[in-house]
Design a protein around this ligand. Sequence first.
Ligand code: GTP
Ligand code: MG
Length: 519
Amino acid sequence: MSDVLAEAARRRTFAIISHPDAGKTTLTEKFLLYGGAVQQAGAVKARAGRRSATSDWMAMEQQRGISITSTVLQFPYHEHAMNLLDTPGHRDFSEDTYRVLAAADAAVMVLDVAKGIEPQTRKLFEVCRDRGVPLLTFLNKYDRPGRDPLELIDEIQEQLGIQPTPVTWPVGIPGDFRGVVDRRDGVFTKFGRSARGAAEATEEIVDPAGEGASWEAAQEELGLLDAIGADVDVKSFLAGETSPLFVGSALTNFGVRKLLDAVVDLAPAPSPRSAVEGEPRSLDAPFSAFVFKIQANMDPSHRDRLAYVRICSGEFERGMTVTHGRTGRPFATKYATSVFGQDRETVDVAFPGDVIGLVNATDLNIGDTLYVGEPVAYPRIPSFAPEEFVVARPKDTGRFKQFRSGLAQLDEEGVVQVLRDDDLGDTAPVLAAVGRMQFEVFAHRLEHEFGAPVELSPTSYSVARRTDAASAAELSRTTGVRVLKRADGTILALFESPYWLDRLAGERPELTLERIVAD
Ligand SMILES: Nc1nc2c(ncn2[C@@H]2O[C@H](COP(=O)(O)OP(=O)(O)OP(=O)(O)O)[C@@H](O)[C@H]2O)c(=O)[nH]1
Ligand SMILES: [Mg+2]
C-alpha cells in the first residue's frame, strides 16, 4: 500500500448533527477530552473563570450558549487521525451545516432522549441520506428523565426509515443511568461521575446482577433486541439502511468512549470522491481538494481569512503549487494550517480526509476545486434560497470603508447573501438569508469585527428567483419587483408576495424566473 493509501485509511472525517441543543458541542468537547486533545473539558455555558467548549469559540456563541458556525477539530486518537466537524443545529444556520456535510464521510446523529426526533433532526437526516453519508446514532442526555429507549428505536425506524442497531444498551432508566451493556460481547460497564464532567467518567466492569431490578429490565430489553435481530451490520450501515446506536450522556461522559471507538471501528475511511465528470478520482491520484467553508477573523490578533479545504486525493505538501480550478490559475499554498477550533498550526503534510486551512487565499470561494496534474472538479456546493430580506446601512457614514470590507467578507463566508442595486452599490444593499438570526450575527460581527455598526431595516420582500439580463430589464419596470445582483454576478428578482410572483410567471411565461434550489 502506498503511503497515501495507508494515511487515508487511518483517517476518520465525520460531522456531528442534530436539532438545536441536543448536545453536539458538549459531545464534541468530550471527544476531545477522550482523544487527549484537551486536558479538561469545557462547558457550553461556562461560568466565569471556567473553560468554555473549544468548538464554540465565537464570542456570540459563548454569550448565547448556542453554536452559530461550524467548527473543525483535528486530533489524533490511538492510531487514527480524526477530523471532527461540529455543526450548528439552528435552522437559520443550516446552510453552513449542509456545506460541512459535503466534507464529511460519516455523521453522528445526536438525539435528546427526552425529545426523540425533532424537526431539524429529520431535515439533516434527509441531507445525509441524499448524499449517502452513513450515520451513527447517539441517544444523549440519558442522565436526565426521558423516554423509553425502545420506544425511541421505533420512532427512528418509523419516522426516518432507518433501522437502529443498538451497540450499547443502558442499564437503568433515563435519569437513573448506571452504565451500558455492550451487545457485541455482553460486558457491562458501570460509569461513575467526575466533577462537572470535566474529566473522564470512571468505568468499571462489574457483575450487572448488582444492579437489581434495573438489570432485570435491561435483560428483558436485550432479549427483545436479540429477537428482532437488530445487530450491527457494516454493509447496511454504509448503505444508509441501518444506524449503529449508542446510549449515553455527553454531560457526564457516560458512553462517550464507546461512541468514539465506534467512529474509528465503523465509520468509513475516505474513499474516492465522485467528480462532476468522469470516474471518481482515486485516493492516490495527485492532490485534489475542495473548499467548503470560509471564515474571517477567527483570531482577533490576526484578522485574516481562512478557507477550509477538504483533501480528496494525494499528498498535500505545504508550499506546493496547485491549480485553482475555477480560474485555471496556479495557487501557492505557503500558508497552510491545521485547524482546531480557533487555534491553528502550520501544517506541512496532509492526506485524503484531512481538512486544512488556507490563510488569506482571497481568490478561493466555497465550492472551488484545487488540484495538481489531471484536472478535476468536485460538485458545486449549492447556496440556499433566501427567505428573509433586510436593508443594511452603516450607522456611521465615516466608517463606510469598514462597512464595505465587512460586507464583502461576510458575503464570502455565506453568513448572508449581499444583493446590490447597480445604481446604489454598497450604500444600502439588501441582505438575504435563510433565517433572521443570520442578520443578528451579521450586525454583531460587522460592529465587533469590522468596527462598522450597522442599521438593519425590514423590507417587504419574501421570495427570490434567479433571472437573466434580458428578463431583468423587464422585471425592473414591473411594480412589486426589485432586481438586484449578487457579487458572483447572479441576478435575483425579489417579490413581495409569492402570489404576485405566480401571477407574473403565469402571465408572462417568457420571463426567466428560476427557483433557487438547495439540494
Ligand atoms: N443533562 C444533560 N445535559 C446535556 C447533555 N449534553 C448536553 N447537555 C446540555 O444541553 C445544552 C445544549 O448543549 P450543546 O452541546 O450546546 O448542544 P448543541 O447540540 O451543540 O446545540 P447547538 O449547537 O446550539 O445546536 C447545554 O446546556 C448542555 O450542557 C447531557 O448529556 N445531559
Ligand atoms: Mg453546538
